[in-house]
Design a protein. Structure first.
Length: 328
């Protein structure tokens, strides 16, 4: 009787052990299938379905807990193998993502360095162009100053020659008047000499002082005037002297006219000469260099903007990579 009771107790313990193994097996399966977060209605249904599966497991076991343990072990091995495979795949994917991120980061760094080099090169070109523009402006200012000084000098020379020409013209006019007066006096004396009678003994001679500026004025005491040969000779010498002086003045006047004409031609040529062309060329080059400097500044601004955007992208990628590392 005691043996029977002991056997019954062992059978009951075996049944409880078998039921506990089945419950543990089903719980492992439920957890592996992520069914733990259901609501109450689902819990009731899950409990009902679990009781059905439990009966099926018990029928399959046929009172053999070892078979249940083998099934549980097989299930756990499969789940662990699947988990390990998923973990390996996740590690490979994480490693591939890390390599890809590192490659992208390296590419971004290289691109960033290239953009920095481009910006530095553009800045050097801008500084060079600014220096060239400044140098051209200095040369332009110096050439313009030299050009204006030369024009002022030539204008002053032209005005001085024009003043001398005016004085010479006034003097020539005065000499012409004097020569004309002397010619009139000479003609009058010649006519008087031709009309003189050889046998006339009564003559009154009126003379004036002979010299470089002398003018003979006849004065008659009787009704007729007669000049002596000496007076006529003096008058001719004075007239020749004035005529020679007049010729010299006219020659000087012509020479000054030619000089004024030459200066005017030189002034006109100066306005069209190489100095002016050089000034215009420098001005044109200065405008061209200014346009190049403006274009280079625009390109430099665009490069700076791209550089800032690249810095921002690189910073974001570094944050993402650091976040992924922290998640691991």
């Amino acid at each position: 009787m005691e043996r029977l009771n002991a056997a019954q107790v062992k059978v009951k313990r075996l049944n409880r052990l078998e039921a506990a193994i089945v419950d543990f097996f089903m719980e492992v399966m439920d957890r592996s299938e992520n069914n733990a977060g259901a609501d109450n209605g689902v819990d009731v249904e899950s409990a009902f379905a679990r009781s059905k599966r439990k009966e099926q497991f018990l029928k399959k076991a046929e009172g053999d807990p070892i078979s249940l343990l083998n099934s549980l072990r097989t299930h756990l091995r499969l789940k662990f193998a699947e988990q390990e495979a998923q973990q390996v795949a996740a590690e490979r994917k994480a490693f591939a993502d890390t390599i890809s991120n590192q490659q992208k980061e390296e590419n971004n760094r290289n691109e960033f360095q290239q953009m920095e080099q481009t910006c530095n090169l553009l800045k050097l070109q801008q500084e060079t162009l600014i220096q060239q523009v400044t140098q051209h402006k200095l040369e332009q200012t110096r050439s313009h100053r030299q050009y204006r000084a030369l024009l002022d000098k030539l204008n002053a020379q032209v005005q001085a020659h024009q003043s001398r020409e005016q004085v010479a013209q006034e003097l020539a006019t005065k000499l012409r008047d004097e020569v004309a007066a002397l010619k009139d006096t000479r003609d009058t004396l010649l006519k008087a000499s031709q009309n003189q009678k050889p046998h006339d003994s009564n003559r009154v001679i009126g003379t004036t002082a002979a010299g470089a500026n002398s003018v003979i004025t006849p004065s008659v005491t009787n009704t007729d005037f007669f000049g002596t040969p000496a007076e006529n000779q003096t008058l001719r010498r004075a007239l020749q002297k004035y005529e020679a002086k007049m010729a010299r003045m006219e020659a000087t006047n012509d020479e000054r006219k030619r000089e004024i004409q030459r200066l005017q031609q030189q002034l006109t040529g100066l306005r069209q000469n190489t100095q002016l062309q050089k000034y215009e060329r420098l001005e044109k080059d200065s405008r061209h260099l200014q346009e190049l400097a403006d274009d280079l500044k625009s390109r430099l601004d665009e490069s700076d903007a791209d550089l800032l955007r690249t810095k921002g992208s690189l910073k974001e990628r570094e944050i993402q990579v650091q976040k992924m590392k922290d998640d691991k």
